[in-house]
Design a binder for this molecule. Structure first.
Ligand code: GRG
Length: 298
């Protein structure tokens, strides 16, 4: 037992992220009012804030602090929230609930939901540019922009989403499923850890270790998400459970069975934790976060 208090760590970092998001989002009183309300509705609906906390934890692992990376941490949460808003649209997964409330398009209509996602994605890159004022070498921002664009775009999250949509109702191979999960989900999680370490001045060895750990952590996160979709409830998940089966989506438990999926997630987490060993005492939050990824119930 490490004795590390993960719940306190998560609560403190979540509060910092929420305060920063509140500050960076356009005011509901600023015109055009509807789009600003729609952006705030989904971002401020809660959520675990996993990606911004990983940006912060990545920075802390190399001796940095949350203040140095906060605009980029908020940017990752905005990109993630945009992807959820668009994923819930009738043209994609057509979901009614997200983060314990009605989905964005159910409240604001499809057009505003599309635009709220677009606006969050563009605001995210504005925030990454603003992060230049907080780092010792602003040239790193160029790489951070490129890495986040790649992780969110067609060689990352959007690419995974395309293959996911094209695979609905089809029997796909285990390799294709891993491709979907690594791109749709793991790419952004890996990038969160990586840019946190880079912005805080991590050297090449540290960034390489955190990148590999991030990749394993990201895949494990999506495998657990697949298992929770089978085992969870609307109350626990804040979204409708059983949606993968209804949409005839291939999942880890569907292809490998629940037990083998759990074992695979655990193997990935153990491997990630081994890689995080290079950070010594500073790895405590990341090690606890890794365990949380497999043990979580929402
Ligand atoms: C629309 C370009 C585009 C991509 C959509 C995010 C996504 C890709 C789809 C949502 C459906 C899904 C199961 C995605 C996998 C990623 C995932 C597990 C999202 C949920 O993330 P959490 O659990 O959500 O971190 P909270 O609400 O806690 O932030």
């Amino acid at each position: 037992m490490s004795g590390f208090d993960l719940q306190a760590y998560l609560a403190e970092r979540r509060a910092l992220v929420d305060t920063a998001l509140e500050r960076h989002l356009p005011s509901e009183a600023a015109p055009p009012l509807t789009i600003h309300r729609a952006m705030r509705y989904s971002v401020m609906a809660g959520g675990k804030r996993l990606r911004p906390i990983l940006v912060i934890a990545g920075a802390e692992a190399v001796g940095g602090a949350a203040t140095m990376v906060m605009p980029t941490a908020c940017a990752l949460e905005m990109i993630h929230t945009y992807s959820l808003i668009h994923d819930d649209l009738p043209a994609m997964d057509d979901d009614d609930y997200r983060r314990g409330r009605l989905t964005n398009h159910k409240v604001f209509g499809d057009a505003i939901a599309i635009l709220a996602g677009d606006a969050l994605l563009t605001l995210a890159f504005r925030l990454i540019a603003d992060n230049a004022d907080l780092v010792s070498d602003p040239r790193v921002i160029r790489d951070v922009v490129a890495e986040i664009a790649d992780a969110a775009g067609t060689i990352g999250m959007v690419g995974g989403q395309v293959v996911d949509i094209e695979s609905e109702g089809k029997a796909i191979s285990a390799e294709t499923l891993e491709y979907i999960h690594r791109h749709k989900t793991a790419a952004l999680i890996r990038a969160s850890l990586r840019v946190g370490a880079r912005l805080a001045g991590g050297d090449a060895k540290a960034v390489a270790a955190i990148t590999e750990a991030g990749s394993d952590l990201g895949l494990a996160f999506q495998i657990v998400d697949d298992i929770l979709d089978v085992e969870g409830s609307l109350e626990e998940l804040g979204k409708t459970a059983g949606s993968d089966e209804r949409k005839q989506k291939a999942t880890y438990p569907g292809i490998h069975g629940r037990e083998a999926s759990r074992r695979q997630a655990k193997m990935l987490i153990d491997r990630a934790k081994e890689r995080l060993g290079v950070f010594g005492q500073r790895s405590a939050p990341l090690l606890a976060l890794a365990d949380y990824v497999v043990e979580r119930k929402s």
